[in-house]
Design a protein around this ligand. Structure first.
Ligand code: MN
Length: 385
């Protein structure tokens, strides 16, 4: 296939508004703005990626993602996208943190390598097959009555696992869990996510009582930085504990498993900085005997598709929280990619190259900036070579 070079990178804003705000213990989302990256190589192949900023979870806004991309894109331009590991390491060497921006570029590079090689990303990552995978669906914080009604509707729509947002007040949270279990019956799996909302003592108080309702696991009962607290709760909880906000990076994963602070770790591409780092986190967790979940932020179905490819390839991922990109207003991918049907995430075409996007709704994108690799090797855009 000869020389392959990334010759153009363009960045775009993509704004959408949810019909119902999504509420968790530490805040809510109504309007969301994603940053979408499009890479082009010298043969005209295109690779797509998405950054999903979150001020409270990821410390990022759309503007910080754009500023980070301004530093990162010059390290990608002119390079062979097949040097994935090298390029991802290089991004970490020129800029600390800013995982969502790195995730967008890592994703776009994977999609591009898929186009260059003709392989789907799940196979590039070493996956053995691409069967549909079950996913949960999340019920956001609301009154116990409304949450129970929403859970019932999800079961009617085919979901066999419901994730319940809690972490507001232990007594009210217990009522939420009780009413939802009553509404959905015993044949539906329930998992809960406190999003750092409880103190250590509140967590143990609630979890001991919630054990009556057959809860699969609890995500992030206490503050993200409180690794000792996570371990403390885990020792006293009858319900297994999953680390989410406590594990962003590969180093975080190592710290949490060494502290024996979690039974499970939730991986998200936006926390990890993309597929490459997600694989590394899964490897550390697998070595420690800690299975993973793959989850996401409030994202479009573009980055949701990347998460599905990761789920298909990574054997240590045993739980899927991939209720991402299912709302019409988040469906930036018009044809191809992944989609949800009857509680499962499926690829539209398991053998199409890269992430398998056939049509992106480019009319929804607001162009911000285009960077080009020039004939003489000089870099255009705001950052000099
Ligand atoms: Mn979570």
């Amino acid at each position: 296939m000869g020389q392959v070079r990334v010759v153009e990178a363009s960045v775009h804003r993509f704004r959408f508004e949810l019909d119902k705000p999504f509420r968790i213990a530490i805040g809510f989302t109504k309007v969301k703005e994603e940053i979408v990256v499009r890479l082009v190589d010298n043969a005209g192949n295109i690779g797509w990626g998405e950054a999903s900023p979150s001020p409270i979870i990821l410390g990022s806004t759309p503007d910080t993602v754009l500023a980070a991309l301004d530093v990162l894109i010059p390290t990608i331009l002119g390079e062979d996208p097949r040097r994935l590991h090298y390029l991802v390491d290089r991004m970490d060497r020129v800029l600390l943190d800013h995982a969502p921006a790195k995730a967008a570029l890592d994703m776009a590079l994977h999609d591009l390598v898929g186009q260059v090689t003709g392989e789907p990303v799940w196979r590039l990552l070493g996956g053995s097959r691409a069967e549909p995978v079950d996913t949960d669906f999340t019920v956001g914080i609301d009154t116990p009555e409304i949450m129970a009604a929403e859970a019932e509707a999800l079961v009617a729509a085919g979901f066999r696992t419901i994730k319940v947002k809690v972490g507001e007040a232990p007594r009210l949270d217990l009522d939420r869990v009780r009413r939802i279990r009553d509404a959905v019956g015993d044949n539906v799996a329930l998992r809960i996510d406190a999003n750092q909302g409880w103190t250590r003592a509140e967590a143990v108080w609630a979890l001991v009582r919630m054990a009556d309702y057959a809860i699969q696991f609890v995500e992030q009962p206490v503050a993200a930085e409180d690794i000792e607290g996570l371990a403390w709760v885990r020792q006293r909880s009858p319900i297994p504990v999953m680390a989410d906000e406590a594990v962003h990076s590969v180093a975080d994963a190592l710290r949490v498993v060494q502290a024996e602070a979690a039974d499970y770790v939730n991986i998200k591409l936006m926390k990890a900085g993309g597929l490459r780092r997600a694989v590394e986190i899964a490897t550390i967790c697998a070595a420690a005997g800690v299975p993973n979940m793959i989850g996401g932020m409030v994202e479009s179905n573009l980055s949701a598709t990347a998460a599905v490819h990761f789920a298909l390839a990574e054997g240590n991922v045993v739980f899927r929280d991939l209720d991402i990109g299912e709302r019409p207003e988040t469906q930036l991918v018009a044809e191809g990619g992944s989609y949800i049907e009857a509680g499962q995430q499926l690829l539209a075409d398991r053998d199409s190259p890269g992430f398998g996007f056939r049509r992106i709704r480019e009319e929804w994108l607001v162009p911000v900036k285009t960077y080009r690799f020039g004939e003489g090797g000089e870099r255009e855009g705001s950052i000099a070579a």
